[in-house]
Design a protein around this ligand. Structure first.
Ligand code: PEP
Ligand code: MG
Length: 554
C-alpha cells in the first residue's frame, strides 16, 4: 500500500482502476535519425492507418449524427491524400534528419499557419483540420492515443501530469470516477470543472505521481487530498464506512430541497449554479438552484476542435434557457486565454498569459468570433430569462465598445426579421482590481455585477491562481479582498443594481457571514455545493454577521 498526499481539489471518495493519460502538451520528442527511408515507411503506414480510422469514424458518425457532422471525417480523409503534405513531411525528414513524428508535427504547423493566413474563410478554417490530422498521425506513430477509454467497459480514475480544461471537457465524464494529477491547484479550471461535476479530485501530487501506473487500484480521497494505491483490507473497510457516512449526509441535505435560502432573521439570498456545459443544468435544477449564476460559455469552445458556429451556440444557450425558464440564466461570454487555451485560436506563446490576451480582450479584437456569440445569445433570449455577462472588464471604454457591438447585432437581427427579447440583462464580472476601483461608474452602465473572486484574488494578491507553491497567498478571505467585495456591493446597491459572487469563495462557509453582512444578493456555486450552502445560510442571523464582521469591513 502506498499513500500519496496532494491538494484536495474536489470533495468525495472514489475507488477504481487508474488510466494514466499523456500531458496536454503533445509536442512529440525530437529524435535525430540516420535511416530516413524507414521513417518514410513509418509515415506511410501511419497515414494508411489514419485513413482506416477516419472511414470507420465516418460510418459511425453518419449513423449517429448524420451526413453534415460526418462530412468532417471525409474532408480529413481527402486531406490525407494530398501529395504536397506527404512530400513536405518527407522533405522535413530528409533535410532535418529527424524522426517521423516530429516531421509530421513540423509539417502540420507549417501547413496550419499557411492556411490561417489565407483570406478565404473556408480555407482559413482548414488550419484546425490540419492540426487535428497531424495529431492523429502523431498519435499513431507514438502509440499515445487520446482516448483513455479504448477497450474499457468500467469507469476509471484518470491520472495526468496536468489536467487542462480543454482535455477535461473532452472526456466522457460519466466514465470518470476521479481525477488525480501531478500539477494543478484548487483554482485551476480543471479543478473547478471536477467540482461542478461532483467528481472527486486530488492535484499537486508532485514527485509521488510517478509511482502511480495505469492499472493500479486506487482510493482517491478528495476530502483529505489523499491517493492510496493498492489499499490493504483495513483501509478499504474504513473507506467503505466513510462512503456510507457521505451518502447519508447527501440524503440529509436533500431534505432541504424546496426550502428557502433565508437567514434566521429573514434575509434572503439567491443560490445559483455555476455550469460549464448545457447538460449540467439538469443537475442544477435537481439541487434546487434559483437559477444559473455563471454559464462558462468558453467550455463550448474548448470541447470542440474549431470555433462553434452561431447555430451550435444558439442551440446550447436555448437548451439551458428553456430548461431553467422562468429562472434567470447568466451566460458569460467567451473567457478563453490564460489556462483555457483552444489550440485553433492560436494565441501563441505569451510571457504572462494570465495578464495577456484573454476574455473580453480577445472578443473586442476578434469581432469575427464575438459577433456570432452575441447573435446566438440574442436569438436564444426569447426562450427564457437571459442575462449576459462580460468577463475581465477593466475600463468603461470596454463596456461602451460592447454596447456598440450589441447595438449593431440587434439592428442586424431586426433587419433580418429574427426576434430577440428586449428584457435581457447585461452585467459584468468584477474580477480585476481596476474594475473594483471604478465600480461606482460601471454600476451606472450595467444591470448587475458578479464578483469573480478567483481572478480578483489572483490579480489583487499578485498570486498566480495555478501555482500551488504560493497557494498560501491565494486567500479570498484576506481583508484586502473582503474590502474590494464590500466596495463593489456598496457601489452596486447605491446604484440600484444586484450583485452576486460567482468565484469559488462563494461556497466557502467561513466567508459566508461576511457576504451576508455586506448584503450580497446572490451566490453562485457548483451544483453539489448548493444544499450545503443553503443549510449554512439558514443557520445564521444577519444581525450577528454584521456585528461579527464589523471590524474587518469598516
Ligand atoms: C472568477 O475569476 O472568479 C471566475 C468566476 O471566473 P473563472 O474562474 O472562470 O476565471
Ligand atoms: Mg475569472
Amino acid at each position: 500500500m502506498l499513500i500519496l498526499e496532494g491538494i484536495a481539489t474536489s470533495a468525495g471518495i472514489s475507488k477504481g482502476i487508474t488510466v494514466k493519460i499523456d500531458s496536454h502538451d503533445d509536442t512529440p520528442v525530437i529524435k535525430a535519425i540516420k535511416d530516413t527511408e524507414s521513417e518514410h515507411i513509418r509515415v506511410e503506414a501511419a497515414i494508411h492507418r489514419a485513413k482506416t480510422e477516419l472511414s470507420e469514424l465516418y460510418e459511425k458518425t453518419l449513423s449517429d449524427a448524420g451526413e453534415e457532422v460526418a462530412a468532417i471525417f471525409e474532408i480529413h480523409s481527402t486531406m490525407l491524400e494530398d501529395e504536397d503534405f506527404l512530400a513536405a513531411i518527407f522533405n522535413n525528414i530528409d533535410t532535418e534528419s529527424i524522426c517521423a513524428e516530429y516531421a509530421v508535427y513540423m509539417t502540420g504547423n507549417q501547413f496550419a499557419s499557411m492556411f490561417s493566413g489565407i483570406e478565404d474563410d473556408y480555407m482559413r478554417e482548414r488550419a484546425a483540420d490540419i492540426t487535428d490530422l497531424s495529431k492523429r498521425i502523431i498519435g499513431i506513430l507514438t502509440g499515445h492515443r487520446h482516448n483513455p477509454f479504448v477497450g474499457l467497459t468500467e469507469p476509471i480514475i484518470i491520472a495526468a501530469h496536468e489536467l487542462l480544461p480543454s482535455q477535461t471537457i473532452q472526456l466522457d465524464k460519466s466514465r470518470v470516477l476521479a481525477f488525480i494529477s501531478r500539477k494543478g491547484s484548487m483554482n485551476s479550471h480543471a479543478s473547478i470543472l471536477a467540482r461542478s461535476l461532483g467528481i472527486p479530485a486530488v492535484a499537486g501530487l508532485e514527485n509521488g505521481f510517478d509511482q502511480i501506473q495505469s492499472g493500479d487500484y486506487l482510493i482517491v480521497d478528495g476530502m483529505n487530498g489523499l491517493v492510496i494505491s493498492e489499499p490493504d483490507n483495513e483501509t478499504l473497510d474504513s473507506y467503505e464506512q466513510k462512503l456510507q457516512v457521505l451518502n447519508q449526509e447527501t440524503l440529509r441535505l436533500r431534505s432541504l430541497i424546496g426550502t428557502k435560502a433565508m437567514t434566521k432573521d429573514g434575509s434572503l439570498i439567491e443560490i445559483c449554479a455555476n455550469i460549464g456545459h448545457s447538460d449540467e443544468c439538469l443537475q442544477a435544477l435537481e439541487m434546487d438552484a434559483d437559477g444559473i449564476g455563471l454559464f462558462r460559455s468558453e467550455f463550448l469552445y474548448l470541447e470542440s476542435d474549431d470555433f462553434p458556429d452561431e447555430e451550435t451556440q444558439f442551440l446550447a444557450y436555448k437548451k439551458v434557457l428553456e430548461t431553467l425558464s422562468p429562472k434567470r440564466v447568466v451566460i458569460r461570454t467567451l473567457d478563453l486565454g490564460a489556462d483555457k487555451q483552444a489550440p485553433y485560436l492560436q494565441i501563441g506563446e505569451e510571457d504572462n498569459p494570465a495578464l495577456g490576451y484573454r476574455a473580453i480582450r480577445i472578443c473586442l479584437d476578434r469581432t469575427d468570433i464575438f459577433i456570432p456569440q452575441l447573435r446566438a445569445l440574442l436569438r436564444a433570449s426569447i426562450y427564457g430569462k437571459l442575462a449576459v455577462m462580460f468577463p475581465m472588464i477593466t475600463s468603461l471604454l470596454e463596456v461602451k465598445s460592447i454596447y456598440t457591438l450589441l447595438n449593431t447585432v440587434g439592428k442586424d437581427l431586426k433587419s433580418e426579421g429574427i426576434p430577440y427579447s428586449e428584457d435581457i440583462e447585461y452585467g459584468i464580472m468584477i474580477e480585476t482590481p481596476a474594475a473594483v476601483m471604478i465600480t461606482d461608474r460601471l454600476a451606472k452602465e450595467v444591470d448587475f455585477f458578479s464578483i469573480g473572486t478567483n481572478d480578483l484574488t489572483q490579480y489583487a494578491m499578485a498570486c498566480d491562481r495555478m501555482n500551488s507553491k504560493i497557494s498560501y497567498l491565494f486567500d479570498s478571505g484576506s481583508v484586502s479582498i473582503l474590502r474590494m467585495i464590500k466596495q463593489t456591493v456598496d457601489a452596486a446597491h447605491q446604484n440600484g443594481i444586484w450583485v452576486g459572487i460567482c468565484g469559488e469563495s462563494a461556497a466557502d462557509p467561513n466567508l459566508l457571514p461576511y457576504y451576508i453582512a455586506m448584503g450580497v444578493d446572490e451566490l453562485s456555486v457548483s451544483s453539489p455545493k448548493i444544499l450545503m450552502l443553503k443549510e449554512n445560510i439558514q443557520s445564521l442571523e444577519k444581525a450577528d454577521c454584521i456585528i461579527q464582521c464589523a471590524e474587518y469591513l469598516d
